[in-house]
Design a protein around this ligand. Structure first.
Ligand SMILES: [Zn+2]
Length: 56
């Protein structure tokens, strides 16, 4: 196992750091189904940090 973040396409084991709901890839961002925050994807790696979220 590596310490790297999973690729943006593999969100099976990843949940929102804020509300812990499932995430889905929407275009070039990761969208949370729970709190509707959107997280950027930088060079293919989702940045799942609450203070980096793009709140709609
Ligand atoms: Zn959320």
């Amino acid at each position: 196992m590596s310490a790297q973040s999973p690729p943006a396409e593999d969100l099976r084991y990843v949940v929102c750091p804020v509300c812990h709901q499932k995430l889905e890839r929407v275009d070039d961002v990761i969208s949370c189904k729970g709190c509707r925050r959107r997280y950027p994807v930088v060079e293919g790696i989702p940045v799942l940090l609450a203070d980096r979220a793009l709140i709609q």
